[in-house]
Design a binder for this molecule. Structure first.
Ligand code: NAP
Ligand code: G4F
Length: 326
């Protein structure tokens, strides 16, 4: 029997990689998209004839219930969110509605329509915030530092609550930062890789960034979507940290990215106060032991490979050699 998966947030970075991965596993894919005056299908354009796009919104409970009733998925991957941390400071209520309460709307829709549907919640290392333990595991206490982190923490706990209250197969994947050539241009890694490519091609001379000392556990998004799928194949739902187990600073990302094209980062990077946050997450590093032992998952792409892949893809993109979907 062909399995059916519903992916919310299919137009985002992770949604596009997950759709590719599940298609390879033989799934029938329903990608939930929200109504927009312009089409935002750039990341899934190459999959259009292999997936069905279906309309609903995490802000609208009835639309979610109708969606589940009509398409009857076996598995739901909730990747939709307002996911950009600075926007969560400027739009905290919207972020709470989508990234926090949206999870409850979807869980409740599953409970009402068919509680045997398995559901994955995209939780985040941002929940660890001002970390109280290094490295962070599934048992590390949380200390979010942004409205986004607070909203994700609500989503995490409501997932556990629905698992325990209604016996749902509801799993929370606590994923550390994962990047790719499909990353939004506002996130620091893509901002750097795109900026480096523009400078290399003579279209810019400087790159303005915020806190260069922030450290993140950065992996490749294409590796991480496999962990999401593995979680829903387990007999019992659980929580999993998904990470590389290494941390690097924004400064190191710059060094490698500029060096890859023969440039000195210090001649081009300008620190601009505008990109600092009201409260910062200084250091994230995950311990993926549980994911390794229970799922057999490990990150396959190294930090250096990731940085170089992103810079090469942006050089290609800017020179018209590909669509940004490598
Ligand atoms: P992304 O590129 O920002 O994609 C977010 C997706 O959510 C987009 O498809 C967006 O649709 C959709 N969306 C936003 N508001 C919605 C609403 N009200 N109703 C329905 N859909 C809505 O995010 P990502 O990097 O792929 O991340 C996927 C998920 O993992 C997110 O929940 C994120 O918070 C979480 N996460 C990401 C990371 C990471 O490092 N990437 C780490 C941990 C957790 P539009 O295209 O219409 O805007
Ligand atoms: O790339 P970022 O914006 O990602 P951030 O805040 O870590 O959030 C991402 O990862 C989370 C997982 O931990 C996800 F849940 C979330 O959805 C998102 O995908 O910023 C990374 C670091 C920050 O410390 C920031 O202050 O880079 C620093 N930074 C320095 N200059 C900058 C800049 N960030 C951005 N976006 N732009 C800058 O110019």
């Amino acid at each position: 029997m062909t399995k059916r998966a519903l992916i919310t947030g299919i137009t985002g970075q992770d949604g596009s990689y997950l759709a590719e991965f599940l298609l390879d596993q033989g799934y029938e894919i329903f990608g939930m998209v929200r109504r927009s005056s312009t089409v935002t299908f750039e990341r899934i354009a190459h999959l259009q004839d292999r997936i069905s796009t279906v309309f609903a919104d995490l802000l609208d409970q009835a639309s979610l219930i109708e969606l589940l009733r009509e398409y009857r998925p076996d598995e739901v991957y909730n990747l939709a969110a307002q996911s950009f941390v600075p926007t969560s400071f400027s739009q905290p209520v919207l972020t709470g509605e989508v990234t926090g309460l949206g999870v409850t709307r979807l869980l409740d829709a599953v409970r009402l329509v068919d509680p045997t549907i398995r559901i994955y919640q995209a939780s985040s290392s941002e929940m660890f915030g001002k970390v109280v333990e290094v490295p962070q595991t599934e048992r590390t206490p949380f200390y979010p530092r942004s409205p986004y982190g607070v909203a994700k923490l609500y989503g995490h706990w409501i997932t556990i609550n629905y698992r325990e209250s209604y016996n749902l197969h509801a799993t929370s994947g606590i994923l550390f930062n994962h990047e790719s050539p499909r990353r939004g241009l506002e996130f620091v890694t893509r901002k750097i890789s795109h900026g480096v490519a523009r400078i290399k091609l003579g279209r810019d001379s400087e790159l303005r960034l915020g806190n260069l000392e922030a450290q993140r556990d950065w992996g490749f998004a294409g590796d991480y979507v496999k962990a999401m799928w593995l979680m829903l194949q387990q007999d019992q739902p659980d929580d999993y940290v998904v990470a590389t187990g290494e941390t690097h600073s924004v400064r190191e990302f710059c060094e490698i990215a500029f060096d890859h094209v023969g440039l000195d980062w210090e001649r081009h990077v300008v620190v601009d106060d505008k990109f600092f946050r009201p409260a910062e997450v200084d250091l994230l590093i995950g311990d993926p032991t549980h994911a390794k032992q229970a799922l057999g998952w490990t990150a396959e792409t190294s930090f250096d490979e990731l940085v170089r892949m992103m810079v090469d893809a942006d050089l290609d993109l800017l020179q018209g050699r590909l669509s940004g979907l490598s």
